[in-house]
Design a protein around this ligand. Structure first.
Ligand SMILES: [Zn+2]
Length: 81
């Protein structure tokens, strides 16, 4: 359990370090990863890239007052991370 949490934190820190083009490259890989059998990658992508409201991959990350948000470009929803 602790190991899984640590890994999620690690991934979270990693994704926040991505520059815009790297984040876009990750988004482009969404469909490919979703159709793959790698469950952990699927969870990762769903957690950090897909909009929880409309499931769009057209999202970006933002940080305000030390709180990270996943902002959807399609429905404009904001999800605190
Ligand atoms: Zn959305």
């Amino acid at each position: 359990m602790e190991i899984k949490t640590a890994k999620i934190k690690e991934r979270e820190n990693l994704i926040m370090k991505l520059n815009r083009s790297q984040f876009e490259a990750l988004q482009k890989g969404v469909n490919k990863l979703l159709s793959s059998t790698q469950q952990s990658s699927k969870e990762y992508i769903v957690e950090f890239v897909l909009c929880p409201i409309c499931k769009s991959e057209k999202t970006h990350l933002t940080k305000e007052d030390k709180i990270k948000f996943l902002v959807c470009d399609k429905c404009n929803s904001r999800t605190a991370k």
